[in-house]
Write a protein of this length. Structure first.
Length: 85
């Protein structure tokens, strides 16, 4: 079985923070839960906008939560928190 990779397109600001090692979580609306439950994602690939520039990481954890780092774009309502390294 091959590892499935979750592909996410990010705004330049968030991509650049990940590339520099500052940001280690990504936040997605709960509507993504159904998609994530259908697959066994082990890796996450971030795309810098719709360019061919990408970064791939191992997924540490996917959890529901409120909060997170406001400087990293975390909203103040419940979202999926994807942690990676």
């Amino acid at each position: 079985m091959t590892e499935e990779i979750l592909h996410l397109v990010l705004k330049y600001q968030w991509y650049d923070m990940i590339a520099s090692g500052i940001k280690r979580e990504e936040y997605r609306d709960i509507k993504w839960l159904k998609r994530l439950q259908k697959h066994n994602y082990k890796k996450i690939c971030f795309h810098r906008g719709y360019s061919s520039t990408t970064l791939t990481f191992d997924i540490d954890n996917i959890a529901l939560g409120i909060g997170g780092h406001k400087d990293w774009g975390a909203p103040d309502y419940e979202v999926l928190i994807i942690s990676f390294h």
